[in-house]
Write a protein of this length. Structure first.
Length: 250
């Protein structure tokens, strides 16, 4: 362990062979003491190698999309991310911690919350379409399809462990609360139709999320050829027309 500390202080990233050679022992002697290089790093109370957390989350995104959170195997995740179980559990002690990080990294909760914090003065005709486009970019940005996280977040929420469900609900409640208060203010001022604000939000979110989930099928099998941001903008504009107060349309 002392030799390993010395090698690491030089800024290197020593292999098992290099550590064993520096310590004057064989590799078999090393493995009698430590299961892996990561186990040695854990014993030294050092951080895992750079990029391990990102690789784990990218692999988790893929596996959750394919199997859902409940079907996720942490062993398979470690293999997919090319990390040891020790590294995986050091960074993410369990599915609750993993899912919480996935929500903040890949879901629209944080980007939408940021919009609500910085653009509350925008009228609904400006802010609501931008929210729709932000949600689209979250799941289909840079050519990636992250809809698996959307399914896990909303369709599997009731089957999560109590801890994971509590964390996720807290995140959702914070974002939903800010949007609901925004809608209530514009209903009070006569810019939007009066109705239960949560139902108004559901009627806005529902078509957009349905489009996101079914978009791959619609493109491949039904010939949908409308660009994604344009499609969700049209859905948001339809919602705005439906929410226009009746006196404003006469």
């Amino acid at each position: 362990m002392n030799k390993a500390r010395g090698l690491l202080r030089t800024g290197g990233n020593p292999t098992v062979a290099q550590v064993a050679a520096a310590a004057g022992v064989s590799r078999s002697s090393f493995y009698r003491e430590f299961d892996s290089r990561e186990a040695l790093l854990e014993a030294l109370d050092l951080q895992p190698e750079p990029g391990a957390g990102d690789r784990i989350l990218e692999a988790a995104l893929k596996l959750v999309g394919a199997h859902g959170l409940n079907g996720l195997s942490m062993d398979d995740l470690a293999t997919e991310a090319v990390v040891s179980r020790a590294t995986l559990y050091r960074l993410f002690p369990g599915k609750t911690a993993l899912f919480t990080s996935l929500v903040h990294r890949y879901s629209p909760l944080d980007p939408v919350a940021e919009l609500m914090a910085t653009r509350l003065d925008d009228p609904p005709a400006v802010l609501l379409p931008e929210i729709a486009r932000t949600v689209y970019r979250t799941f289909y940005g840079e050519g990636e399809n992250r809809v698996g996280v959307l399914r896990a977040l909303f369709f599997e929420l009731s089957s999560l462990s109590p801890d994971a469900a509590e964390v996720t609900r807290d995140a959702i409640a914070g974002m939903v609360g800010s949007v609901v208060l925004y809608l209530m203010g514009h209903m009070r001022d006569g810019r939007l139709r009066q109705m239960h604000p949560l139902l108004a939000l559901q009627s806005f979110v529902g078509p957009i999320f349905f489009h996101l989930i079914t978009r791959p099928v619609a493109e491949q099998m039904l010939g949908l050829d409308i660009e994604g941001e344009e499609a969700v903008t049209l859905l948001a504009e339809n919602w705005l027309r439906a929410m226009t107060p009746e006196e404003a349309t006469t």
